[in-house]
Every structure is written in structure tokens, then in C-alpha cells.
Design a binder for this molecule. Structure first.
Ligand code: ZN
Length: 226
């Protein structure tokens, strides 16, 4: 019943007319949008309406949230939802936006039992149990400038959210059958090993070598390089 009501509410939101200012913001900030077909533009704008209604945004370190910020983030995130059944990143509730990079306390593994505590600066972060995502607005903007440079903070962080949908951060989104999962992991294992080997020997690769950190980062980097 709850699922039915949710779907009904989403259908209503999807059909709402999109304010003209939104289209202006999207065209100005996201050059890929005008290259989509009319049907894809419409589907994407429908997803954006639902995303903006269901996710909570918070401005941090004095950042004043505007439609410009919310819509630029939502539209890029929702590209990952096109052409498939979706529950709109169900594990994500809140998006925290900083004006620029932020610092987190982090424990780093040195070797064996040794860990060191320290501060690390980040542009974006999300986690399986966090229920939130943290983003640096200046990095969101620069990621959107050139869709073909393989760098897009929003696509990277929201790819992690797709990975978390099945409750595991294992580099695989929700797939529809066991067969799909098996072939996914077979291909990923091979490509992950190849990226690791290239990273160790310093061979240049299309994928950012950061993807060699673990399967979850491999997936996020691969989606980002799409
Ligand atoms: Zn990542």
C-alpha cells in the first residue's frame, strides 16, 4: 500500500510542468542536456522533480542554497536513473553542500596493526551507512563543465549510491538476475585486475588509477568515465 501511494505521488510529480527558470539553469550549467532527445529530456526532468521533492539539501560553511545549486546537482544525479526502473537512490536522504573542499578526520592504514589518525581534504563523500552525501560546490561546477573529460564528482558519488542499493559496496549495482551478476563480476574482476596492474607499473589508463583502490571505487570511476 505504501509503495502504491509513493508511486502515485511520484507519478503526479513527474507530470508537473517544469518551471522555465529550471530549464534555463540546466541549459546554462549542463551542456549535455541540449544534446539529449526530447523524450530523454522529459524523462530526466520528471526524475529531477521527484529527486528535489524527496531529498533534503543543506548548505554548509555559510553556503546559501539556491535553485541553481539544487537543480545542477539533481539533474546530473538523475542522468544515472534514465531508462530503467528506479527507487531514486533510496538510501540517500540528505545532501550537504560546502562552497569548496572540506576536511574530514580519517584513520589511515599504515601497515599491519598500525593506523594513523589525521585530517584529509575531500571534494565529495558518501557512505553505505551515512544516509547522506557531502559535496563541494566548486567541484560540482567544474565537473559539469566538460562532460567528456572523465571527471564528474556528482556522477562518481551517485554511482556509489547505485552500488549501495543492494546493501553491499561491492562495485555492482542492483542487477536483475543471478546470471547478470555472474557475468558482471567476471568482467569486473578482469578489468579491475588490469587497472591494478597498470597502476603498479605506471602504464597510462583511460580509467583514473584511483579506481584501482577497491571494487567500489572501480565502479564509481568507470561510471564517471562513461
Ligand atoms: Zn569514490
Amino acid at each position: 500500500m505504501l509503495g502504491f501511494l509513493k508511486e502515485q505521488r511520484r507519478r503526479r510529480l513527474r507530470q508537473q510542468p517544469v518551471p522555465e527558470e529550471w530549464r534555463a539553469i540546466i541549459s546554462r550549467n549542463l551542456p549535455f542536456f541540449d544534446r539529449l532527445s526530447a523524450a530523454d529530456q522529459q524523462e530526466l526532468l520528471g526524475h529531477v522533480q521527484i529527486f528535489l521533492e524527496e531529498k533534503r539539501f543543506e548548505g554548509c560553511r555559510g553556503l546559501r542554497l539556491t535553485d541553481n545549486i539544487r537543480i545542477t546537482i539533481a539533474t546530473q544525479a538523475c542522468v544515472l536513473l534514465l531508462h530503467r526502473k528506479t527507487d531514486y537512490f533510496p538510501r540517500l536522504l540528505t545532501i550537504l553542500v560546502y562552497p569548496s573542499g572540506f576536511v574530514v578526520d580519517e584513520e589511515r592504514h599504515v601497515e599491519g596493526e598500525i593506523w594513523e589518525a589525521g585530517e584529509e581534504s575531500r571534494l565529495g563523500e558518501t557512505g553505505r551507512e551515512m544516509g547522506s552525501m557531502v559535496l563541494a560546490w566548486d567541484a560540482v561546477k567544474s565537473g559539469a563543465d566538460d562532460p567528456s573529460d572523465g571527471t564528474n564528482l556528482i556522477v562518481h558519488e551517485f554511482a556509489h549510491q547505485l552500488d549501495f542499493e543492494d546493501f553491499a559496496a561491492d562495485g555492482a549495482p542492483t542487477l536483475s538476475s543471478r546470471g547478470e551478476r555472474l557475468s558482471w563480476f567476471e568482467v569486473m574482476k578482469m578489468e579491475f585486475a588490469a587497472l591494478r596492474a597498470a597502476e603498479e607499473t605506471g602504464i597510462p589508463t583511460l580509467l583514473d588509477p584511483y579506481g584501482a583502490s577497491n571494487p567500489a571505487e572501480f565502479f564509481a570511476v568507470a561510471v564517471e568515465t562513461r
